[in-house]
Design a protein around this ligand. Structure first.
Ligand SMILES: [Zn+2]
Length: 313
């Protein structure tokens, strides 16, 4: 064990992040923007143990505006990884950092989100661990046709893995942000990784969403006996803060739907994001200060209009 490893273990036991750790972090901020938290890109990747042998791993989103979170579950019989990173370079870093945590191979990669910012880094993982099983929904299988690590096993409802004595429940609770959404629940520690079903501190990103189903999927997740809920973007803070953030995020999705319904009924146009008159009249109240609001609001409103018009794919 070298000095860095000793330091890492010490920091993990304190619940702090390992990684570069250059800037002073303002942990009172729940907005997903890296800048808002007082961090810079040089602070990533970083990771911390949220329970023994279970790590929340943060890289940065390709936009460089916010972070992206993966879950690493280390067991004595292999590693289970949920989501990768948004580019190959960060995929290589993820491989290197998993190897720092354990000599065990990644046996399973679970695809919580099939968006590029969570799977463009899959290639280096597949190269490092060619026997890795890739688990996704049938919808994500279609979205991943050109991915470097396409799914090898599909989950339509629920699948339970037992790896090295750790029970890992893979849950398809319904369509939400991508249409291929999977959540991962660890009953022993009551940790739930929600991938992009939970975008903490982020304006609801609806490019490929199913707005009303998203609300129902979050409600189902909230009904599970969970302690710590982890979002696919944004910070990993204490359990109460993370649960409050999930409630706030569900309300933000509900608000987007309500505003969409109001403006649709008033016949304010928003057929497509690039030509959305409705966004000028929307009242975002609590959602107004969320990260990415300006870019995502017209996309979200157009998606709600699509749903109201019966035009969702
Ligand atoms: Zn994402």
């Amino acid at each position: 064990m070298n000095i860095r490893q000793t330091l890492s273990i010490g920091l993990i036991s304190l619940g702090l992040f390992c990684g570069p750790g250059l800037a002073a972090e303002n942990t009172k901020v729940s907005n997903a923007a890296i800048e808002a938290r007082g961090l810079t890109l040089a602070d990533f990747p970083r990771w911390k143990a949220v329970a023994p042998n279970i790590y929340a791993y943060e890289g940065y989103h390709p936009s460089k505006v916010m972070n992206t979170v993966s879950l690493i579950i280390v067991t004595k019989d292999g590693v289970v990884l949920v989501d990768a990173m948004g580019d190959e370079a960060q995929g290589h870093q993820l491989v290197d950092n998993i190897k720092k945590l354990t000599p065990q191979p990644v046996k399973y990669l679970i695809v919580g989100s099939d968006h590029g910012d969570h799977m463009a880094g899959n290639g280096p993982l597949k190269t490092a661990w060619p026997g890795m099983v890739v688990v996704a929904t049938p919808a994500s299988q279609k979205a991943m046709a050109k991915n470097a690590a396409p799914p090898t096993e599909l989950v339509t409802d629920k699948r339970v893995l037992n790896v090295g004595g750790t029970e890992i429940q893979i849950l398809n609770l319904g369509r939400a942000q991508t249409g291929g959404d999977l959540l991962v629940y660890l009953p022993a520690t009551k940790i739930m990784f929600m991938s992009e079903v939970y975008l903490r501190g982020v304006f609801p990103a609806m490019r490929s969403a199913y707005p009303s189903e998203w609300v129902e999927t979050i409600k189902k997740a909230q009904a599970v006996d969970v302690n710590l809920v982890i979002a696919g973007h944004c910070w990993v803070d204490d359990a109460a803060t993370m649960q409050a953030g999930l409630e706030a995020f569900r309300k933000a999705v509900e608000l987007v739907i309500a505003e969409g319904k109001r403006l649709h009924a008033a016949k304010v146009a928003c057929a497509e994001p690039a030509n959305c008159e409705a966004v000028k009249q929307a009242k975002w109240s609590a959602a107004d200060s969320l990260a990415l609001k300006d870019g995502q609001a017209p996309i979200a409103l157009a998606k709600v209009y699509q749903e109201l018009d019966g035009k969702l794919p």
